[in-house]
Design a protein around this ligand. Structure first.
Ligand SMILES: [Zn+2]
Length: 389
């Protein structure tokens, strides 16, 4: 079954455990993104060694390829990718909404998708073969049922902050309707499932106090098993994310987990979000950054809020024999020099992206582990100060 318990709190920050049919997630926790049923460049053994507790896959991508029939034959995307731990899927709402906004269309692939959103759902073309698809709240639930994750998301329509007020209002109302439809279809689908799937309702409304609160109240009234905070403001700017979360933190229930969708901002953004009640979050940039040569570093290695705890491996000295991080215990830091990592990255060697992904995922999970311990020992604010001052 599925449940959540808070073990300790420090201010609004909470340390807890999410119990799922495929194991526990000790929170606060990072869930690496496995868009196409793979956390790019890492296999499941590397993920486990990097202390990953759960992975999040994308409905939109897996629906288009390899397709639901294939995933069903394998009893879900987790067995398909040989991952035995807890899993999450998003609803596809973000991808279709993103492609609906003309200003986001830059590439041929994106243009080919040409999305049309109405109250019924999102009509789009596959960027792979041009076939037409209608993604509705009901369809998203059916796809996520087949993908088989422990935690799934209601279908929503997030918009970027630059959208007109009219469009934002429409999307806000539509999201409430889509969430209710998601909930009804999810309830039906549960009757025939072997394992319980926990549906998270999604809170939209950006930094608008009234909208955020109305949205969360709706999710609480419907009694979704979990809550996800969405929208462009849960992005890479720690100050804006803080502003968005501050509007609702006092309404967070202590028996339901809170997930931040696509939370960025590195350690500073995470510290802010956790201090405002966030239990889990996902972010693609942790592995995307690694593939471009950017790695996370600890304060002991020179990480500060100014350099966002990041360093560019391509700027390491050619003959630097020291490890990437003196503190990190991952294989990359234990077995390879800065000089070698630089060499791999400046020559676009595939191994470079993999070794740096191992480091970044390990870093993020170890950071969350330390952060959790700080909450458990009621020393979270000291921990936050150590990192941010
Ligand atoms: Zn490392």
């Amino acid at each position: 079954m599925f449940s959540f318990e808070v073990l300790e709190t420090d201010g609004f920050a909470r340390a807890g455990t999410i119990h799922t049919p495929h194991g526990d997630i000790k929170t606060p926790a990072f869930t690496p993104v496995a868009t196409q049923a793979t956390v790019k460049t890492l296999d499941v053994h590397e993920l486990t060694k990097a202390h990953a507790q759960a992975v999040l896959a994308n409905t939109y991508h897996l629906y288009l390829s390899p397709g639901i029939e294939v995933i069903q034959e394998f009893d879900g995307f987790a067995p398909f990718m040989n991952w035995s731990g807890p899993t999450l899927t998003d609803s596809g709402g973000y991808q279709v909404s993103f492609l609906w906004e003309p200003k986001n269309i830059h590439s041929k692939t994106e243009r080919a998708a040409s999305v049309k959103i109405t109250d019924e759902g999102a009509l789009f073309r596959s960027h792979i073969d041009g076939s037409k698809h209608l993604l509705t709240p009901e369809k998203s639930m059916e796809i996520q049922d087949a993908l088989g994750a422990d935690i799934i998301m209601a279908f929503d329509q997030p918009l970027s902050l630059s959208s007109s007020e009219k469009r934002q209002n429409e999307a806000f109302i539509r999201t409430l309707q889509w969430e209710e439809r998601s909930f009804r279809r999810w309830e039906d689908l549960q009757k025939n499932r072997k394992n319980f799937q926990a549906l998270y309702g999604i809170v939209q409304g950006e930094t608008d106090v009234k909208k955020r609160q109305e949205s969360l109240q709706f999710v609480l009234n419907m009694n979704f098993p979990g809550i996800a905070i969405g929208g462009a403001t849960i992005g890479s700017d720690p100050a804006i994310t803080k502003q968005a979360l501050e509007t609702i933190v006092e309404m967070f229930p202590n028996n339901k987990p809170i997930h931040a969708l696509g939370l960025g901002g590195g350690p500073e953004g995470i510290l802010n979000a956790v201090s405002l009640g966030i239990d889990t979050f996902d972010n693609t940039s942790v592995t995307r950054m690694a593939r471009t040569g950017l790695v996370f570093i600890y304060p002991e290695d020179g990480g500060t809020t100014k350099n966002k705890f990041r360093i560019d491996t391509k700027k390491f000295k050619k003959n630097d024999r020291s490890p990437l991080s003196n503190k990190c215990t991952c294989t990359t830091c234990k077995e390879y020099s800065r000089a070698y990592l630089r060499h791999l990255m400046v020559n676009d060697e595939l191994l470079g992206g993999r070794l740096l992904s191992i480091h970044n995922v390990t870093f993020m999970n170890m950071f969350m582990h330390e952060l959790r311990n700080a909450i458990l020992s009621k020393s979270f604010s000291d921990f936050k100060k150590e990192w941010t001052s």
